[in-house]
Each structure stands twice: as C-alpha cells, then as structure tokens.
Ligand binder design. Structure first.
Ligand SMILES: [Fe+2]
Length: 270
C-alpha cells in the first residue's frame, strides 16, 4: 500500500496491485468512475494497439472527496476535490493517459471556460494543454509540463488538457475544480487525441509525435512548474493542495470566477 495521507492531506492509501484507493475514517468510501480501454481507442496514435497485459481498466476517477467536517466549506464555495489514478500501462509505444477534454464557457464570463488546478500525489506526470480557436478548427498553442510529487499545475481557461503517466509506477493526481459543470470530450475525441502523442523512446524519457488530424502544429513549449502558481495563487509547494484550499477557500475563487483573475491566469502560459 502507498500511504497518501501526508502528501494529500486526506487519510488515503493506494493499493499498488489493484490501483484502488482505500478510504480510511472519517472519509466515506467513494466508488470510482472507470475509464475502460474501449473508451480510449479513439484517442490513441495506434488504434489497433492493445494495452500490455491486456488490462481492461485504464484509469480511475474519484470525484468529490472530502472530510465530513469540510463539507460546508466545499458546498458554500461551489468546489470539488477529485483524485485520478493512472496505472503504468503501455498501449503499444504510447504511455497511458486520460482521454482529455475542454471545459464549458462560464455564463457571463467574457467567453472564459472554467480553469482547474492539479497536484501530483504520486509518480511522474506530463500535463499537456492546448488552445484552439472558438470553433475548434485551428490550434493556437500547445504546452507540456513535466511534474513530480507535490508540483501544482493550473489549466488556464479555454485550454484542453490531458495527463500522461510518463513514470515507471502509478500516477496519482488530485485536483480542485468548480462543482458541477460538464466537460466537453468531442473536440479531442473527434481529432483522435491532442495535437501531439507521447511515446516511449530508446534514448529520451519520451518523445512527442504530431497528430496528423490537426492542420497546424505550433511548436511544443515545455514549461516548468511555475513559481508563479505559488506566488500569484498563494499555494505552497510543501502543503497539500486539499488542505490549503480548505483552510483558505479564497485561493480557489479563481475556479468559479476566472474573470477576476484574468491577468494572473494569462501569465501562466506566457
Ligand atoms: Fe478538466
């Protein structure tokens, strides 16, 4: 079992064999949504490839995790804390990943969609984020961020995103999000994934390969986990994001009201 309590701020463990979370008291058990291999086929570089060891369950999404004592703060602030568990399964040469989505535009927000903030709880992640024009026809920009345990990554408004498990072990991420919006999966599914695929390589830790279902491929910009996330959004690298958010929900105000934080959010990708 991997103990996630110190890093997540919640009494959680992860079973390394089943990749399921164990919820210790006073947490109530949550049944995960499971992403099956058949759900992922449309977004793979090689849609005839099969996962090594023929597993059917590719990753697990646990939504709305919180301590009973924190429920009032969470509901009042219209936020939700989720955990995603992505096992280390290769699909041909491609690393396991989430299928990816965009978020909907927030009514009255000057065409901004909901942002999101992630934290790595275990393993090694490559976050890919990309922006297209309003009609999802032209790719405007594409970023990658390699992140390790404790690193926090913000998806700015209007960026689609996926998480790739580029490590040898399981990848576990936590995220704060606005409560209750519906993600848009079609723009990524229709183009068979993000604008680049992430594959294994004999020399480098990974390589990025263009997805030819996009007409344009602006160069990949690799960003480091920005200090600005800590300084401008107030999160400390040494503290679990869950705990920081509960102790000071104002830190998460940008999730529901990004217009107020438009300048700070625009600096993330600059
Ligand atoms: Fe998202």
């Amino acid at each position: 079992m991997i103990n996630l309590e110190t890093i997540s701020g919640l009494p959680l463990e992860l079973d390394e064999k089943t990749f399921k979370l164990k919820f210790n008291p006073p947490l109530a058990e949550i049944i995960p949504d499971i992403r099956k291999f058949s759900d992922m086929i449309p977004v793979l570089i090689d849609r005839s490839a099969e996962p090594k060891s023929k597993v059917e369950e590719m990753y697990y999404m646990y939504r709305d995790i919180h301590l009973p004592a924190d429920e009032a703060v969470i509901r009042k602030n219209n936020i939700r804390y989720d955990i995603t568990v992505i096992p280390p399964v290769m699909i041909g040469k491609e690393f396991n990943k989430t299928v990816g989505h965009y978020h909907p535009i927030i009514p009255g927000s000057q065409k901004m969609s909901y942002p999101e903030i992630y934290e790595v709880l275990e393993g090694q992640a490559l976050f890919l984020i990309q922006k297209m024009d309003q009609d999802f026809k032209q790719l405007i920009s594409f970023y990658g961020i390699v992140a390790s345990v404790g690193d926090k990554v913000i998806y700015p408004p209007n960026y689609g995103h996926i998480i790739v498990n580029i490590g040898k072990g399981v990848l576990v991420t936590g995220n704060w999000t606005s409560y209750g919006f519906k993600s848009l999966y079609e723009p990524i599914k229709d183009r068979h994934g993000m604008a680049y695929y992430v594959l294994t390589d004999d020399i480098k830790p990974f390589v990025m390969v263009k997805n030819e279902h996009y007409a344009d491929h602006p160069p990949v910009r690799m960003l480091t986990v920005a200090d600005k996330i800590r300084t401008e959004f107030g999160f400390e690298s040494t503290k679990p994001m869950y705990t920081s958010g509960i102790n000071n929900p104002k830190l998460l105000e940008f999730l529901n009201n990004p217009t107020k934080y438009a300048i700070e959010l625009s600096t993330i990708t600059s």
